[in-house]
Design a protein around this ligand. Structure first.
Ligand SMILES: [Zn+2]
Length: 383
């Protein structure tokens, strides 16, 4: 009787000490930074794992900690097949394979298929596609298209003829290239090769409650809306972005457009319907499209945007796409906030971001009156 009582109290003591051990919290959190610091074994299964093991959590009373892999083995435990505690983690292994695939695409003269890549990294095509997209935010096909576009831009400047550039940048045929080049370059390859010399960009400067504003358009639509303190700096920014284009200012017809943009900044409305000429990588374009779906008066976090474009682990890439936005206000990158809801960096100044959000919160139409700009895109009020 006395023995059994002692056994129970020993068990309770052990349970308390494991659950109370800071290492247990790391296991519960599947904290990758703890990998390599210690290992744990589970008496009921006879296996040992790294702290970040994705398997279902064991009960703490069945868990023991080990300083080394050898110590776990010495006590008769076997390595877990899921988390490979002796080698590198699955996540790290996948990252290596993704990097390998990216390097292959960068070096290859021809476009590699999903099957080619999957064979090279020894994974099934569907699994490779899934981990690539989760890590990179875009599919391997998109990644490869982006590389070819980059190569094409370089080749067009280097090569003597457009045809030479087409083959030099890995396109198999001219017709296929012409189909996609407008989308990639935003202009014909000939115009691009001439350094955008034939392209006309109209622009106008104005004043808003947030400071000076510059609006610039190509034939297709608005290419830039820049906000700042000094109109000269804004204009220099435009010249830097379109070094060879013909910039046309003081155009009476164009003044109407800038008036519309100014009023949009000062009195936010639900929809702008302004024609846009959005130029960016495939990934940036997807992010910017998602930003335009955040309702007026609402905000979303970088992670929420990443999730909404089907790339849940790409929050950091989403943040850089937001920072690369050249069309202020109309592509509302100011509606993206940190995961804790706090307001972080804005290309045109954090105080401007704050003012814009406050203005939009006041201008909300058809949304609950108590809704403020801290509402998330996922909250009911902002759906
Ligand atoms: Zn494991």
């Amino acid at each position: 009787m006395g023995f059994r009582q002692g056994d129970v109290s020993l068990q309770l003591q052990l349970q308390f000490s494991i659950a109370d051990d800071p290492r247990w919290a790391l296991i519960v959190a599947r904290d990758e930074t703890a990998d390599g610091q210690f290992w744990f074994s589970v008496s009921t299964t006879g296996i040992y794992c790294r702290p970040s093991c994705p398997s279902r959590r064991a009960r703490p009373e069945n868990v023991r900690f080990h300083e080394t892999v050898a110590a776990a083995r010495a006590e008769g435990f076997r390595p877990c097949k899921r988390c490979n505690p002796d080698g590198i983690s699955n996540d790290a292994a996948n990252t290596r394979l993704i990097v390998k695939a990216c390097r292959m695409m960068e070096k290859s003269e021809r476009e590699l298929s999903l099957a080619d890549l999957a064979v090279a990294v020894n994974l099934s095509p569907s699994y490779f596609h899934r981990i690539f997209k989760a890590a990179m935010g875009i599919t391997p096909k998109h990644y490869s298209a982006g590389l070819r576009a980059e190569r094409l831009r370089e080749e067009l400047v280097k090569s003597d003829t457009v045809t030479e550039a087409i083959y030099g940048s890995g396109f198999n045929s001219g017709s296929r290239f012409y189909e996609t080049s407008q989308g990639i370059l935003g202009m014909t390859p000939k115009t691009y090769r001439a350094g955008g010399k034939n392209e006309e960009i109209h622009f106008a400067l104005g004043m808003t409650s947030l400071g000076s504003i510059l609006v610039a358009s190509s034939r297709k639509g608005i290419v830039s809306i820049l906000i700042g303190d000094d109109p000269d700096i804004l204009l220099r920014g435009l010249q830097k972005r379109f070094p060879h284009a013909k910039l046309i200012g003081a155009d009476a017809d164009y003044e109407g457009l800038i008036a519309r943009v100014v009023s949009l900044v000062d009195k936010p409305r639900l929809s702008s319907n302004l024609p846009l000429d959005i130029r960016g990588t495939a990934f940036q374009q997807r992010v910017w499209k998602a930003l335009r779906e955040i309702p007026l008066g609402c905000t979303a976090t970088y992670s929420e945007i990443a999730k909404s474009i089907g790339a849940p682990t790409a929050a950091r890439a989403v943040a850089s796409a937001c920072a690369a936005n050249k069309i202020a206000v109309v592509i509302p990158c100011h509606r993206v906030v940190r995961n804790d809801g706090s307001i972080s960096g804005y290309a045109w100044g954090i105080n401007r971001k704050r003012s814009l959000l406050a203005k939009e919160a006041n201008a909300q139409i058809g949304v609950k009156p108590d809704a403020s700009f801290t509402n998330r895109v996922t909250s009911d009020a902002c759906r």
